[in-house]
Write a new protein. Structure first.
Length: 753
């Protein structure tokens, strides 16, 4: 193909193809192993061929082997991939010794949940095996992905060549069509994954190239034979590839009918044999290549396509309506341009592609007169798109599969038609074609870096504790295998809706036997209160590096940003805790600090969280003090309520913070008799220590409830005195009454009714 192009255009095309290969390799490297749709089944199909030399069989009863329902797929992609691996096995030291090891499913997976930060991966990961140059089956997986990328490279080249044949008057259309194929993020993601779509798409693209060649030059026996071979190979790649056979026969029929006609009396005798001959040149190689596969499917599974086991294994649609299919169209559009397994771009990611399609449609309409001169080519491209879409629709009516990648065999039609529409504008304004290509390339680069990488980024791993700077170090251990060197908290005061940033520093002393679940909690600091504000469960490393895959000696920096709920009942202190437990049994690993028992979890600190609605903490009616009593110009007592019950005095105090106290003070509640003798006390920090005054922020309202036990026989008029003092020095905070004058003994006295 490049031999027919001027040298400058040849170099430019080589550069475009090289850039595509670089981007596909980038997607290959960033895409989490085995996370691409059904990649694990496709991978183990190749492994089965490498290890047994036999085609897989999906059993009629019971779960299929590790190649799953992909075992019904035609073998050409997998066979060629196995040859590729064997050819490189010695050079790259490929081995599959760990191929039989199970891949545990992440029980905390948030796969495909929009906005998820952690546990986006569906399968477990090993940070060491997943690092370049990779190890074991992960290295083989990445090599297989390279094979997919090379096949997809053939698609991009085929799109360029097909566009030149279809619209030779518009060179910019060829560049833009190739750019659309090369820089579609979803296609790059598929090109960087183990999937048979890459081979069937390449074969279909070059099949359409031959159709364009026939439409231009007329039918010749080499083209007919090549079409039959390509149709057979496409069928051996994926069932949808069989559509290339009727497409080829239809193209030959159209060309035959468009040729100058002989007189009617001689037409059949002279022309029909040539039509039959061309048809046989297509059909016979097709049957020779793909016929045995169809026969095998019939004998094994009782249907020609071999899809019966898949239909029996997967859930079928129960109800289908036109409205339902219409509602799925946006999802198909988005997944065509890019949905990366468990990570999906935000909706705004797709807006430029929608605009691109609209601009291309406008260009197509504007160029309609010139396109009419190429109507056979336009109809052929549209017919292939309709055929692939019809096959997709049939499958989607059976199994819920609104996925744009199922339409990639029609990439040649979509890219060529969009490229022709954009080419209209590129020919009218200098530099616009380059702008289109640059924007497409930037979108392709954004996929791995802005969407795919952040949620699946591995944690920092160091080789020595000396390599990390721990803000709050301590000597903690979970069980015998895991040391917690310390933690960092980004702040100690938060408001509802804020984000808590916590970092844990793990040191692997020995290989943990299991994938433990890490729980990070914010539990109430008030004694006896079991409320939990945050309870975040995850595999360590945010799901990317579970404990069962840790390596002895690793020092792991494990960071999380946790959302504080929007609805918080009251301002108070919360204890930040870290717990490791068995996800199956729920048993917690014992925690020790400095060799001493520390319970079943590590206490990481005490933080303040403000209330969502302070108005709910206002005293009402007779309980309200107006104006309030002020202590130390920092705390206001806005209300008091007292009631006797079963020999106890229940005192409720409504506090409001006016300024930061800077240290922890004690609230005293003293009960006096008629002689002002002290008869009972209930001194203690606010909320029983659940909200130390050092954490208070101006504006905080604190509802402080206390129970004062009264001794038997305590009768007569009583009074309650309230105030604050320093627990170290005993000095009291100055108290100012309603009239602004200091109160005696810095104590506010309330008579008890």
């Amino acid at each position: 193909m490049t031999g027919c192009l001027p040298r400058t255009r040849r170099l430019a095309l080589v550069g475009l193809l090289a850039l595509f290969l670089v981007l596909a390799t980038l997607y290959n490297a960033i895409s989490t192993p085995f996370e691409a749709p059904d990649e694990i089944g496709h991978f183990y199909y190749v492994v089965h061929l490498l290890q047994t030399g036999q085609l897989p069989v999906v059993p009629a009863v019971g779960p299929p082997p590790n190649y799953e329902h992909e075992g019904i797929q035609p073998p050409l992609y997998y066979g060629s991939a196995s040859v590729f691996v064997r050819a490189l096995s010695g050079i790259l030291a490929l081995d599959l010794e760990d191929a039989g090891a199970p891949l545990d499913v992440n029980p905390h997976s948030t796969c495909a949940q929009p906005g998820a930060r952690y546990n986006v991966n569906y399968f477990e990961r090993d940070a060491h095996n997943n690092r370049f140059p990779y190890q074991g089956r992960v290295r083989v997986l990445h090599v297989l992905r390279v094979w997919s990328s090379l096949l997809a490279l053939a698609t991009v080249a085929g799109v360029y060549a097909t566009t030149l044949l279809a619209f030779p008057e518009s060179p910019w259309s060829a560049w833009l069509a190739a750019g659309i194929a090369a820089f579609t993020p979803g296609f790059l993601f598929t090109a960087g994954a183990v999937r048979n779509d890459n081979l069937v798409t390449a074969l279909a693209t070059w099949g359409l190239y031959l159709v364009m060649l026939i439409l231009r030059d007329g039918i010749r026996w080499p083209q007919a034979l090549a079409l039959g071979i390509l149709a057979g190979l496409a069928t051996l790649s994926k069932a949808s590839g069989a559509l290339l056979l009727p497409m080829s026969l239809l193209a030959i029929l159209v060309i035959w009918l468009s040729q100058p006609r002989l007189p009617s009396s001689r037409r059949l005798a002279k022309e029909l044999p040539s039509l039959i001959g061309y048809g046989c040149l297509v059909l016979l190689p097709f049957l020779a290549i793909a016929g045995w596969w169809v026969y095998r499917n019939w004998t094994l599974y009782g249907d020609l396509t071999g899809t019966r086991p898949m239909l029996e294994a997967l859930p079928l649609r129960q109800q289908v309506s036109v409205w339902l299919l219409i509602r799925e169209i946006p999802g198909v559009f988005m997944s065509w341009w890019g949905v990366f397994a468990c990570t999906a771009p935000p909706p705004g990611f797709y807006l430029p592609y929608l605009l691109l399609c609209l601009v291309a449609l406008a260009g197509t309409i504007a160029a309609r007169q010139r396109l009419w001169r190429r109507w056979p080519q336009v109809i052929a491209l549209a017919a292939w798109l309709v055929a692939v879409f019809a096959a997709y629709l049939y499958w989607n009516l059976t199994i819920h599969a609104p996925k744009g990648r199922l339409l990639y065999p029609a990439m040649v039609s979509v890219a060529v038609l969009l490229g022709r529409g954009l080419g209209y504008w590129a020919e009218r304004r200098a530099g616009l074609g380059v702008v289109f290509l640059v924007l497409l390339c930037l979108g392709a680069i954004a996929g791995p870096f802005a969407v795919m990488a952040p949620p699946v980024r591995l944690p920092e791993i160091h080789s020595s504790p000396a390599d990390v700077d721990v803000g709050h170090p301590f000597d903690g251990r979970f069980g015998e295998d895991i040391a917690l060197l310390g933690y960092d908290l980004d702040a100690t005061s938060f408001e509802p809706g804020d984000e808590l940033d916590v970092t844990l520093y793990w040191h692997v002393l020995a290989q943990p036997p299991d994938h433990y679940t890490l729980a990070i909690q914010l539990v109430s600091a008030e004694p006896g209160d079991t409320a939990t504000l945050v309870n975040f469960n995850t595999w360590t490393g945010g799901g990317t590096y579970p404990t069962g895959n840790w390596h002895p000696g690793d020092v792991i920096v494990d960071n999380y940003q946790l959302d504080i709920p929007e609805d918080v009942a009251r301002a108070q202190g919360w204890v930040v805790r870290a717990i490791l437990f068995d996800g199956t049994s729920g048993a917690r690993l014992p925690f020790t600090v400095g060799g001493q028992p520390g319970g079943d979890g590590a206490t990481l600190g005490l933080v303040r969280v403000g209330a969502s609605d302070e108005a709910t903490l206002l005293p009402q009616g007779d309980n309200r003090l107006d104006p309030p009593v002020v202590f130390g110009e920092a705390v206001a007592l806005e209300g008091v309520d007292m009631a006797r019950s079963q020999g106890n005095l229940h005192v409720t105090l409504w506090w409001r913070s006016l300024a930061q106290l800077g240290q922890d003070y004690i609230v005293f509640v003293h009960v006096y008799d008629a002689n002002r003798d002290l008869v009972a006390t209930a001194d203690g920090p606010p909320l029983g220590g659940g909200f130390p005054s050092s954490l208070w922020e101006p504006g905080d309202r604190v509802l402080d409830e206390r129970v004062v036990p009264l001794s038997e026989g305590t009768e007569g008029p009583l009074a309650v005195g309230v105030g604050w003092y320093d627990p170290v020095t005993g000095d009291r905070l100055g108290a100012t009454g309603a009239d602004g004058w200091p109160l005696p003994d810095d104590t506010f006295i309330i008579p008890l009714p």
